[in-house]
Design a protein. Structure first.
Length: 102
């Protein structure tokens, strides 16, 4: 666990160095938000998001985009599961259609 946090902090320091080389003011709040989210996601889900290196304005927006991209790999599997296990009830059809649309 400690090495995980160290890796996240190392990335944070690299990003901070890159931003300070330009000689322009740095919005630390966004950087710390991204560091926090990176540690939480790596600890909870064991996946690297690259959120600290992203150019997005908000850490939440960047994280949401990353999560949606990561979860996209499971979409086809779930579609096949729902399609093969439907018992042709109206509720099943409605659930399947709402899943496909959204």
């Amino acid at each position: 666990m400690l090495s995980l946090v160290e890796n996240c902090v190392d990335t944070f320091m690299e990003v901070l160095d890159q931003k300070t080389e330009k000689g322009v003011g740095v919005e630390m709040r966004n950087l710390f938000q991204k560091l926090s989210m990176d540690i939480i996601v790596r600890s909870a889900f064991g996946t690297e998001t690259g959120i600290q290196r992203s150019q997005g304005d908000s850490a939440a927006d960047t994280l949401m985009a990353s999560i949606l991209q990561s979860l996209g790999q499971y979409r086809n599997g779930w579609l096949m599961y729902f399609a093969s296990n439907m018992h042709h009830t109206e509720h099943s059809k409605a659930c399947f259609i709402s899943y496909v649309v959204f």
